[in-house]
Design a protein around this ligand. Structure first.
Ligand SMILES: [Zn+2]
Length: 219
């Protein structure tokens, strides 16, 4: 488990990561991480441009949203992050963006089937889409929670996307992968209606990616 200062660095890098990957502009979107042992969440400050963001600018709050450390106001999306952290112990990092291709698919107000092997790999099922919810309290967090299942990302109709992982770095990866597959699906939809992969193929790709792919020890 990283120290609090290591987590701060990781959350800062996840925020820079979504900016560098072009998933956010100016100051939209945000990334956060949680230190479960201390019961503290670190999140981007509200309305701060990514280019100016330093690790010390991140705001630390408890799980009830009370500021514990930092001189800025936390992101207005903090209640949604907190809601997800409170209900999913396996999640250690969350990213929220309005990335163009994922949001374009979210405008269709329906889940994205596993059309691609890359969707099967990373998501293991269709990418869920939560219906539009009004911005109020933690309603967005509740909708994300309701629709996420085991997917590392959820589309939010008429809004954008949330991505998650065991760490802020994993959440960043899920957000980047989401935008990548969303771009391909968006382009394919211009040519007609693609067909989803058969469920047994989706399972095969998912298992391969999560067991033998890359430099894992059991490979
Ligand atoms: Zn948003």
């Amino acid at each position: 488990m990283p120290s609090f200062e290591e987590l701060r660095r990781e959350v800062w890098e996840a925020n820079l990561g979504i900016f560098r990957a072009g998933l956010v502009t100016m100051h939209s979107g945000n990334a956060s991480g949680i230190d479960r042992k201390r019961g503290l969440v670190l999140i981007k400050p509200s309305g701060m441009d990514y280019e100016k963001l330093r690790p010390s600018d991140l705001v630390a709050t408890d799980l009830d949203g009370r500021k514990v450390k930092g001189r800025w106001k936390p992101s207005v999306d903090l209640p949604h992050h907190l809601h997800i952290y409170k209900h999913r112990n396996d999640i250690g990092g969350i990213v929220h963006t309005h990335s163009n291709f994922a949001t374009s698919l979210a405008l269709r107000d329906r889940s994205v089937p596993a059309y691609l092997t890359a969707i099967a790999d990373e998501f293991g099922e269709e990418i869920p889409c939560a219906p539009y919810v009004v911005y109020l309290g933690d309603h967005i967090g509740a909708a994300v929670l309701k629709y996420m299942g085991n997917s590392p990302a959820v589309l939010l109709a008429h809004h954008g996307a949330f991505a998650f992982g065991a760490t802020p770095r994993d959440a960043l990866k899920a957000a980047v992968m989401l935008e990548d597959v969303a771009k391909t699906v968006h382009l394919a939809l211009q040519l007609g209606q693609p067909k989803p992969l058969p469920p047994e193929e989706v399972r095969k790709w998912y298992e391969r990616y999560h067991t033998t792919y890359g430099q894992k020890k059991n490979a």
